[in-house]
Ligand binder design. Structure first.
Ligand SMILES: [Zn+2]
Length: 82
């Protein structure tokens, strides 16, 4: 198990939502998810959260461009609509 690595990944995801994550880190996240069940579960719940943000009519919690990059990073294109 690589708990520390997973923790870094979670931090990176938060940074990514804040719009500060390097695209290289995005690739690392994808790579890690392929081998880590725990983080896939985590991303799945993030996916639901992001989807709720997307579906809500309230203020957008993150800039549109950042959100689009996050969706693409997490293979959430389906939620982008177009
Ligand atoms: Zn992990």
């Amino acid at each position: 198990m690589e708990q520390g690595h997973c923790h870094d990944l979670l931090n990176s995801l938060s940074e990514y939502i804040d719009g500060e994550l390097d695209p290289q880190v995005c690739a690392l996240i994808e790579q890690h998810l392929q081998g880590c069940e725990d983080c896939r579960v985590m991303v799945d719940s993030l996916r639901k959260t992001v989807y709720l943000y997307h579906a809500s009519s309230g203020p957008t919690p993150v800039p549109e461009g950042v959100r689009q990059r996050l969706y693409r990073c997490l293979n959430l294109d389906e939620f982008l609509g177009k």
